[in-house]
Design a protein around this ligand. Structure first.
Ligand code: BT5
Length: 322
C-alpha cells in the first residue's frame, strides 16, 4: 500500500493529491491513508499535508526500495524484481534461498543493514545501516560452470565503471574481487554458485560497497584498510544512483557475454582499471605464497604472475596484496 501511495504522489509532483482521491483510487479509508503517510514520513519521506488540499511529496530519502530504484532504472533483466530489507542476515544467503525456490534471473536483494554479512571463506563483512550498498543479484547464465570466475571479473568491472560514472573517482580493481582507492578497499564482491557438472543452476553475485560511512563506522581492525566513497570525495553520494548504474552496467556486460560470447570488452576494461597489473604482488593461496610481477589476466580470469626467476604462475584463487 505504501508503494502504491508513493507511486501516486510521484505521479503528481507539482500538485497536492487529496486524501479522498488516494482513498478512492486505492480502495482504503482516509484514516488508513493517513497512517501509511505517517509511516512513510518515519522512513524519511518529506510529505507535506495541507488541510482541504491534500498531500504532496517534497523529498524522498536515499533508501534502496524498489519504488525508488525502479523509477529511473534502464534495464530489461536486472532489477525487474527488487526485494528490499531494512535489516537482514546476509543478502547472499537470502538470494541463495530464493534462487533455490526458483526466483527469476535478475532478482535483486538489497538491505539497509546486514547482521551477518559475509566475505570469502567465512570472513565477516561489516555492513552498517543505511550507509552502504549491500546487494545480491541472482543470475542463471546458460554457460558451462568453468566460466564462473568470469562473473566475478564482470561484476568488478561493472561496479568500478559505475563508481567512476557516478563519482568521477578513478577507483581501481584488485584481483579478483576488490575495488580499491589508493590501496584501500571500497568494495568487495562475493560470487557464489550452485552447479551440476555441465550446467549452472544459479549464480549469486553479492556486492558490498562503502558509500557514506565515516571511518569511525568501521571497526578498528579494518579502519586502516577500508574506506568509503564519502571519505574520499568529501561529500555524500546517492546510493540510489549508484545502484541503478551498477545494474545497468552489469546487465550490459552480462548480456554481451552470455548472449554474444563477447568477454573481450570486460577483459580490456578490467585491465585498464586494474590497480595491480605491472606491479609487484604477493599472492597467498592455500599453503603457498607467490611473489612477483602481476603481468596479465587470461581469458579465464586467472591472474598471471611472473617471478624474478622468470617462472610464470596462473593464479585462480587466493588473496593478492601489493
Ligand atoms: C569480500 O570478501 O570482499 C566480499 C564481500 C562481499 C560482501 C557482500 S555485501 C552483500 C553480500 N552479502 C553478503 O553477506 N556478502 C556480500 P573478502 O575478500 O574475503 O574480504 C573480507 C575482508 O574485508 C574482511 O576479512 C575484512 O578484513 C575486510 N572488510 C570487512 N568489512 C569491510 C568493509 N565494509 N569494507 C572494507 N573491508 C571490509
Amino acid at each position: 500500500m505504501r508503494e502504491k501511495i508513493l507511486h501516486l504522489l510521484k505521479k503528481y509532483p507539482q500538485e497536492h493529491v487529496s486524501g479522498e482521491k488516494l482513498s478512492e483510487q486505492l480502495g482504503v479509508s482516509r484514516t488508513a491513508i493517513w497512517k501509511h503517510i505517517n509511516a512513510l514520513r518515519e522512513e524519511g519521506y518529506n510529505i507535506e499535508s495541507i488541510p482541504r488540499k491534500g498531500y504532496i511529496l517534497r523529498e524522498s530519502p536515499d533508501i534502496l526500495t524498489a519504488v525508488e530504484i525502479q523509477g529511473e532504472l534502464h534495464t530489461s533483466l536486472l532489477g525487474k524484481k527488487i526485494m528490499h530489507f531494512d535489516s537482514i542476515g546476509s543478502t547472499n544467503d537470502k538470494a541463495k534461498d530464493l534462487a533455490l525456490q526458483g526466483a527469476e534471473e535478475g532478482t535483486v536483494i538489497i538491505a539497509e543493514e546486514q547482521i551477518k554479512g559475509r566475505g570469502r571463506r567465512g570472513s565477516q563483512w561489516v555492513s552498517p545501516k543505511g550507509k552502504g550498498i549491500w546487494m545480491s543479484i541472482i543470475l542463471r547464465p546458460d554457460v558451462l560452470p568453468k566460466n564462473a570466475p568470469k562473473f566475478t571479473l564482470l561484476s568488478a568491472v561493472a561496479v568500478a565503471q559505475a563508481i567512476r560514472e557516478v563519482t568521477a573517482l578513478p577507483v581501481q580493481i584488485k584481483w579478483p574481487n576488490d575495488i580499491i582507492y589508493q590501496n584501500k578497499k571500497v568494495c568487495g564482491i562475493l560470487t557464489e554458485m550452485s552447479a551440476e557438472m555441465d550446467f549452472i543452476n544459479y549464480i549469486v553475485v553479492g556486492m558490498g560497497i562503502n558509500i557514506n560511512e565515516s571511518i569511525k563506522d568501521f571497526p578498528e581492525e579494518i579502519q586502516g584498510k577500508a574506506t568509503s566513497l564519502r571519505e574520499i570525495k568529501g561529500e555524500n553520494i546517492s546510493r540510489q544512483r549508484l545502484v541503478r548504474s551498477i545494474l545497468e552496467n552489469l546487465e550490459k556486460f552480462y548480456l554481451e557475454f552470455v548472449k554474444e560470447q563477447n568477454f573481450q570488452k570486460v577483459l580490456e576494461l578490467w585491465k585498464s582499471m586494474s590497480g595491480i597489473l605491472g606491479k609487484e604482488v604477493r599472492a597467498m593461496g592455500n599453503n603457498d605464497v607467490i611473489q612477483g610481477i602481476a603481468v596479465d589476466i587470461n581469458q579465464e580470469g586467472a591472474l598471471i604472475i611472473k617471478e624474478d626467476n622468470g617462472k610464470i604462475h596462473e593464479i585462480t584463487f587466493g588473496e593478492v596484496s601489493l
